[in-house]
Design a protein around this ligand. Sequence first.
Ligand code: G3P
Length: 223
Amino acid sequence: MKIFLDTANIDDIKRFARIGIIDGVTTNPALVAREGRNFREAVEEICEIINGPVSAEVIGTTADVMVDEARKISKIHPNIVVKIPATPAGFEALGIVSKDGIKVNFTIVYTSNQALLAAKLGATYVSPFVGRLDANSTSGSDLIREIVTIYKNFNFQTQVLAASMRNVIYVKEAALAGVHVATIPPDILDQMMHNELTDISLKGFLNEWHKLPPEKRNYFDKD
Ligand code: G3P
């Protein structure tokens, strides 16, 4: 399973890229706006840091404008994946730009039927928003299981990209469902690396270790 970082924050992208844990980055207009940056500069800088897919979203809401923006955004860098929202205009734009060979992350998906149609139109990724669906009293994890099953049934090449991963349980459920990618916000990725029992266990080991007389703690020195 690939892990993308769901942010436009350069410091976080650099931090997780250094660890080697992220395969790509996803942004959306809200995430870019939160950084107070020029859209194009932010996307270019992210593409310089990450050697993997970087999702950048169209702003237009009509098919014509989305197609025009998708063509421009896709030229920013070879690793760009254009995010197009799952509206009727978005479906129309997806069909057109897919034929041009532009990679699309079809986003804000809330039903398996939207995901089915996106796959038929050649989306590279489809992004079901798990956390937002759960917040609306419908199981986001059920949705990703359905989409994974439908794609397997018909051998679609579109990859399921679990988004809106608002807690660590969603990530685990996405992995169990067999998604291709989960896009995870920095704070949730930090939580995934941290476990209190690990900290307590390590503290116990080191407490005992330091009871050894100093001359017997020459673990690393042969001489
Ligand atoms: O790309 C952002 C998407 O993952 C939404 O996350 O937490 O705002 O629903 P959230």
